[in-house]
Design a protein around this ligand. Structure first.
Ligand SMILES: *[C@@H]1O[C@H](CO)[C@@H](O)[C@H](O)[C@H]1NC(C)=O
Ligand SMILES: *[C@@H]1O[C@H](CO)[C@@H](O)[C@H](O)[C@H]1NC(C)=O
Length: 360
């Protein structure tokens, strides 16, 4: 018979195992934990997403979060952490007027036009609103940078399927115009992950050569100082081959999910094969002078769209030295592993983004 002591010690072991898994997850690129990662990813997330029907996506509670709730949830989680760094003007609305919504995650007191601003475009397949983990990631980056002049603006664009292409882009351009042109802020870094990376790329293209569907035009001299693209969605008409097949078991994102959300962004496949929806559908000449000098592209070696992301960097003539591939990384790791600052500070994305921002 099992003694009570034995059962008790087994239970004590359990949190250790959880901690260890969490640690391995955080290290991310540790080849030794690949099996555990693969297993957990497959069982928990990939399978759930892979068999999702459009209707199932609506069952995710995250779909219905409002930004005030998400901000409150993130704040509650971080403010009790040791070493918490206060966030001036957290949650202060920047713009809220039917043409666009944007909110400060942090706004430096007495902000000047030359002070750095991160213009954040969140991922979530154009379908999910901002996740609290994305807000937490931003606050951890703020905490790590120790720059009192830094502000972070979150663009709360309208999501699909209610708001299809080009609504989110239109709102994004409107807010960027307000910030850069109308208010004259000169030190803007655009940061976008996944679908937000798509919006970031298309916004920069639009600044260089206006895209007809986007109403607000922005003169090219107002392009951002720097840009960070994390696992950007570059192709909304993916084909089930290459990394979509080889990385299917190792990534959180699946081919099916990507197709589902792409169709919600716009149902017309022909339209999805054009640059403002799929930047991969372009010529090298489309990208002359589009990106700022300071550019960072982050992607995961084991994410399903990695082939498309790399094909895009080639067509857009992005320098190899501006592309950082996380060994064994998966899709949009920027928004994962945010249990707490110390975990997050071990991630590839955190490390690369902070290193990049310290130089800009
Ligand atoms: C932008 O902000 C960074 C960080 O504070 C600073 O080092 C840099 O000089 C600023 N750049 C411009 C063009 O004002
Ligand atoms: C685009 O934005 C403009 C204002 O910036 C607004 O008047 C227009 O209705 C918007 N159109 C779409 C399709 O979102």
């Amino acid at each position: 018979m099992l003694s009570l002591k034995f059962i008790a010690s087994c239970l004590l072991l359990f949190p250790k195992i959880v901690q260890q898994l969490a640690f391995h997850f955080t290290v991310g690129s540790n080849i030794r934990c690949l099996d555990v990662r693969t297993l957990l990813r497959c069982v928990l997330v990939n399978h759930a997403l892979n068999y999702a029907k459009p209707y199932d996506l609506f069952l995710a509670s995250e779909r219905w979060n409002t930004l005030p709730n998400t901000l409150a949830k993130a704040k509650k989680a971080i403010e009790h952490e040791r070493g918490y760094r206060p966030l001036p003007n957290y949650g202060k609305p920047y713009l809220n007027n039917g043409l666009g919504h944007a909110t400060w995650i942090v706004e430096a007191p007495d902000r000047k036009p030359s002070d750095p601003i991160i213009f954040y475009l969140h991922g979530g397949g154009f379908f999910f609103p901002t996740f609290d983990s994305q807000v937490k990631a931003l606050t951890y980056i703020y905490r790590g940078l120790l720059n009192d002049r830094l502000s972070i603006l979150l663009v709360d664009y309208s999501i699909t399927p209610e708001a299809k292409y080009p609504v989110a882009l239109n709102q994004t351009a409107y807010i960027y115009n307000q910030l850069a042109v109308k208010e004259g802020n000169t030190n803007i870094t655009i940061l976008g992950d996944s679908a937000g990376g798509n919006l970031a790329i298309v916004l920069m293209k639009h600044i260089k050569t206006p895209i007809e569907a986007i109403i607000t035009t922005i003169p090219p001299e107002y392009k951002p100082q720097a840009a960070i693209l994390v696992s950007p969605a570059t192709c909304l008409v993916p084909k089930l081959k290459g990394s979509f097949v080889t990385n299917a078991k190792s990534d959180i994102l699946s081919f099916n999910t990507l197709v589902l959300v792409a169709k919600m962004y716009h149902p017309d496949e022909k339209l999805r094969k054009t640059l403002p929806l799929s930047p991969l559908y372009s010529e090298p000449s489309d990208w002359d002078g589009v990106f700022p000098e300071k550019l960072l592209v982050i992607a995961g070696e084991k994410e399903v769209p990695i082939d498309d992301i790399l094909a895009f960097t080639r067509v857009a003539k992005i320098k190899e030295s501006d592309v950082s591939i996380e060994p064994n990384g998966w899709h949009d790791e920027f928004m994962f592993y945010t249990h707490n600052y110390h975990f997050y500070a071990k991630t590839w994305s955190y490390h690369k983004i902070c290193e990049f921002l310290r130089k800009t």
